[in-house]
Design a protein around this ligand. Structure first.
Ligand SMILES: [Zn+2]
Length: 258
């Protein structure tokens, strides 16, 4: 029996075969699997979309989750695991949905990251780290990113950034349009900056936006469409479609394809 898990920066979503998707706040993947496989003893294959650094099904680190090195197979020897970065999973699902072989998924949720498919192939890099757009230097922040630097785009243009700034300024804003004007401007600038880097570097046919922050702020898609010509390399915009995801849970759908 198959189990599919999307371990995001905030929530864990899972689905057994084609049953209902369940949302859990559990952050300890081993504890979660032990509990679930006790109830569902027929689970023998687990595909995981994981917000973090993954190589050959081993989890090495996750900027938004406290974890170091984890080979799930060594803990659960009777289960077959397929583990992949969440944005790689998302772009696999998006590529299938949009029927595009040249597609970039830019997702803004707890973090901001991208998955890239170029010429029909997942663009992984030498250690499966390509697409970590959120950790490109942008501006200096008065606190650190999960990656250890203090100047990442993710510190300005992500759901996690809104929380970090609210804590730092001791304010109560939780949503994007309650941000002070300068931070609101930085948020939008970071989103445009990320989009333009991806478009200019990868020359996709489709840039698809998704993630919790985009879901709640659909205007971001129009905003990027309107402003992108001032940021990206213009010839790359000629046949480009910038769209919002139509998928309810692309990382979870994508991990089914692993
Ligand atoms: Zn970072």
């Amino acid at each position: 029996m198959n189990l599919y898990i999307d371990m995001g920066g905030t929530n864990l979503r899972y689905q057994i075969e084609n049953r209902e998707i369940v949302i859990s706040k559990e952050r300890d993947i081993i504890y979660f699997l032990k509990k679930l496989t006790k109830q569902e003893s027929k689970i023998d294959r687990v595909n995981i979309s994981f917000a973090g650094e993954i190589r050959e099904n081993i989890i090495f680190s996750a900027p938004n989750i406290d974890i170091e090195r984890l080979d799930l197979k060594s803990v659960f020897p009777n289960i077959e695991f397929r583990v992949e970065n969440d944005l790689n999973c998302a772009v696999l699902a998006e590529s299938r949905y949009w029927k595009s072989k040249d597609i970039v998924a830019l997702y803004i949720g707890t973090g901001i990251g991208a998955g890239v498919i170029s010429g029909g192939e997942l663009f992984k890099g030498s250690s499966n780290l390509a697409g970590e757009i959120g950790h490109i230097p942008f501006k200096k922040a008065p606190f650190l990113c999960g990656c250890g630097k203090d100047n990442c785009i993710e510190l300005f243009s992500s759901g996690g950034a809104i929380v970090k700034w609210a804590n730092y300024l001791d304010k109560d804003f939780k949503i994007l349009d309650k941000l002070p004007p300068n931070l609101y401007g930085d948020f939008l600038e970071g989103v445009l900056y990320s989009s333009s880097i991806l478009i200019t570097l990868f020359n996709p046919k489709v840039l698809v936006l998704g993630g919790g922050v985009v879901e709640k702020n659909s205007f971001l898609v129009n905003y990027i469409q309107d402003k992108i010509s001032k940021y990206a390399f213009n010839p790359s915009l000629k046949d480009l479609k910038i769209v919002k995801t139509k998928l309810k849970n692309a990382p979870l759908e994508g991990c089914r394809l692993l």
